[in-house]
Design a protein around this ligand. Structure first.
Ligand SMILES: Nc1ncnc2c1ncn2[C@@H]1O[C@H](COP(=O)(O)OP(=O)(O)OP(=O)(O)O)[C@@H](O)[C@H]1O
Ligand SMILES: [Mg+2]
Ligand SMILES: [Zn+2]
Length: 323
């Protein structure tokens, strides 16, 4: 479980490029200064030799190595001070020829002491948003913007939806390999997609690879591979249905069901169950309708391996139009 591999590869590469660019730009500025001042070029040559001098001093003969080392260090400090003064006398800031990194902590390597720097973690999360398939929905459909006042208090809907909200929030906070599969069931406009999006965002923030897709979109991906029409990206997708840490399959039942879609859905569900990779499915279909539409192999999994969460209320989409 963890960051999407493709995103990780891409972000690492971007860091390597950024790091090299900063070094190259610094080299260019240094050459520019050297052209102005041969004395500075000379100091830089001496400074770059001190590494070898330190090594030699440290393995030097007898008792004197400590003294030798101290002498090299002193020389080094003196050269650096001279260098700074010289650069300033040329009218440049003392650090002019140093690399300018975006991140002062990891110097654009992405790592500090072999641990991932927070700047790289942030990049991976942003890449995770991008590749989640959720796009703009993630900005508006959050836990915070989920308004319980759309659900009637008198008939108990609000209490039930409040519990759903709480459970899904906790699901997002605790998400891991042991998280159960969820089947979000309810009529149109009751907040299934809204809450799945909010949950997805939180799980991505916690560093997991989340993939959101509609059932129609998933079957279209498999279709395009089947007919050999896939672009490279589309060919990657069928793999991702199995490999992502959390798959959110929205609107199951809106697709045209046939043997092909049945076998795709079975394979995805079965693989994910075997690999302990959680899936969240939402649907308007009742248990009876699911049984009518899908093969027994699928429905027995949807019933046996998924926790059902029911959504209550009256279409929020329409209520919002009226408000
Ligand atoms: N409790 C809520 N507070 C604020 N906005 C909500 C709430 N519930 C739903 N919405 C908004 O109403 C619209 C419809 O909700 P959503 O798409 O989540 O419904 P759904 O249950 O997925 O419906 P469908 O079955 O048609 O896919 C969305 O724009 C969503 O942001
Ligand atoms: Mg929906
Ligand atoms: Zn950093």
């Amino acid at each position: 479980m963890g960051y999407n591999q493709e995103n990780y590869r891409r972000v690492r590469l971007a860091y390597q490029t950024k790091f090299l660019k900063a070094e190259e730009a610094a080299d260019r500025r240094r050459d520019e200064l050297h052209a102005l001042s041969p004395a500075l070029a000379n100091i830089d040559r001496q400074l770059s030799a001190t590494g070898a001098e330190i090594a030699m001093a440290a393995i030097g003969a007898g008792e004197r190595w400590k003294e030798n080392l101290a002498a090299v260090e002193a020389k080094n400090l003196r050269l650096q001070a001279e260098r700074r003064a010289l650069i300033e006398s040329l009218g440049y800031p003392a650090d002019y020829a140093d690399p300018h990194y975006d991140c002062p902590h990891c110097h654009d390597t992405g790592f500090v002491d072999a641990k991932m720097c927070s700047c790289m973690r942030r990049e991976l999360i942003l890449a995770g948003y991008e590749s989640s398939g959720l796009g703009n929905l993630m900005r508006t459909q959050t836990f915070e913007s989920f308004d319980l006042s759309y659900y009637q208090k008198q008939n108990g809907d609000r209490a039930k939806m409040s519990r759903n909200l709480e459970l899904l929030r906790r699901y997002a906070e605790d998400f891991g390999k042991l998280s159960p599969n969820l089947l979000l069931v309810g009529d149109t406009g009751l907040g299934k997609t809204h809450l799945s999006t909010a949950l997805a965002r939180r799980v991505i923030d916690r560093g997991f690879d989340v993939y959101y897709t509609s059932a129609v979109g998933m079957f279209a991906d498999f279709e395009s591979v089947r007919f050999g029409q896939s672009t490279e990206e589309a060919a990657e997708n069928p793999r991702r249905y199995t490999t992502c840490d959390l798959l959110i399959l929205d609107d199951l039942g809106t697709e045209v069901t046939n043997q092909f879609t049945n076998s795709c859905l079975y394979t995805v569900l079965n693989n994910r169950i075997n690999l302990n990779r959680p899936t969240i499915i939402s649907t308007n279909l009742t248990a009876k309708e699911l049984r009518e539409r899908y093969s027994d192999r699928i429905t027995s999994r949807l019933i046996g391996e998924f926790l059902t969460m029911r959504f209550y209320g009256t279409d929020v989409r329409r209520q919002k139009l009226g408000r």
